[in-house]
Design a protein around this ligand. Structure first.
Ligand code: NAP
Ligand code: GLV
Length: 317
């Protein structure tokens, strides 16, 4: 992007989820873009055309009369839903970036391998000084079912193939990905679940996906299945998952996302031996690379080209 003087430099308002402003400044600077920190926005309200945000307060984006494009710091855009958050008609660009994808691939591969190879049990055994080897199945005898075969789900599916697991996926539309059997639409959900030993949920939070992991769907999984949720907590009916874990129908769950975050300290999940909790860190947006994704899109926009990775709030993701 060509900017000649400081006055003409493009500005992006940044509301960072972690305090990573110095990094955003550095990496946007490489594209001759200045950032305005969220807390300093008052003096720029009239002129800001671009905002990169995570969980803006209702009404705050409406204070920007010149706003033209909103960039989500996350892949998910559910933090931008709700009354008076996004002014009518402003396009929203999702975060799609290699390090966000590879972070999710690392997290899911880690959880699958830990569950498949009983690593959480060995960690408990170590605490009790117990030496107890157990046999394990061959990967080709186990099927991983990925709910949501989008940017993240398809990358995760491709990565898991190297271990020899069978991989199937479920999405709204039919997919054609080498060696990943595609199931799609509500009518094929049951057939998908019946085959799944390790369920990976990478669905966005929408009206349709809310509560999709409930008594009925969980009981459709084979006995002894594992559940990994790194999409959004809203996909899970917590009481139904807890009951399925207590009955042993679901052998264990690795949960990164929750209906209410932070997870309250008295939530039953914390005390369950077969639940493995992480605090919504499966993957993160790193300013390096992500600033490039935003800068390239701003460049396209300023040249009159279509934005990439647009979210559709009506569809919900
Ligand atoms: P994406 O590319 O938009 O993929 C979403 C997938 O979900 C698509 O395959 C879509 O189907 C499918 N889907 C949506 N609604 C559906 C429905 N009703 N029935 C069946 N399939 C449905 O999104 P992404 O970049 O992969 O990200 C997925 C989600 O991961 C984000 O929305 C976010 O919630 C979560 N996430 C979590 C973390 C974390 O740290 N825990 C980090 C990043 C992202 P189609 O392909 O047919 O449209
Ligand atoms: C994180 O949860 C994201 O949506 O990127």
């Amino acid at each position: 992007m060509q900017n000649t003087s400081n006055n003409s430099r493009t500005k992006v308002l940044v509301k960072s989820d972690f305090d990573r402003y110095a990094e955003w400044e550095l990496y946007f600077g490489r594209f001759n873009i200045d950032i305005v920190r969220w807390e300093d926005r008052q003096e720029h309200l009239q002129t800001l055309r671009f905002a990169l945000v995570w969980q803006p307060e209702p009404g705050s984006l409406a204070e920007l009369p010149a706003l033209e494009v909103i960039f989500s710091i996350g892949a998910g855009v559910d933090h931008l839903k709700g009354e008076n958050i996004v002014p009518e008609g402003i396009p929203i660009v999702r975060m799609v970036q290699d390090s966000l994808t590879s972070g999710m691939v690392e997290y899911i591969c880690y959880q699958i391998l830990a569950l498949h190879r009983d690593m959480y049990q060995y960690a408990r055994d170590q605490k009790a000084a117990v030496w107890k080897p157990v046999t394990y199945a061959l990967p080709k005898e186990r099927t991983i079912g990925i709910l949501g075969l989008g940017v993240l789900g398809s990358a995760v599916g491709r990565a898991l193939q190297q271990f020899g697991f069978n991989i199937i996926g479920w999405s709204r539309s039919e997919k054609s990905i080498d060696n990943i059997q595609s199931y799609y639409g509500d009518a094929q959900l049951e057939a998908f679940l019946e085959k799944t030993d390790y369920l990976v949920c990478l669905l966005p939070n929408t009206l349709e996906t809310t509560g999709i992991l409930n008594q009925k769907t969980l009981s459709t999984l084979p006995k002894g299945a594992y559940v990994i949720n790194a999409g959004r907590g809203t996909a899970v009916v917590d009481n139904d998952l807890i009951a399925a874990l207590q009955s042993g129908h679901i052998a264990g769950a690795a949960l990164d996302v929750f209906n209410l975050e932070p997870l309250s300290s008295d939530h039953p999940y914390w005390q369950m031996e077969n639940v493995f909790i992480t605090p919504h860190i499966a993957s993160m947006t790193h300013p390096e690379g992500s600033a490039a994704h935003v800068a390239q899109n701003i460049g396209r926009y300023l040249e009159g080209k279509p934005l990439t990775h647009l979210a559709d709030l009506k569809r919900g993701y």
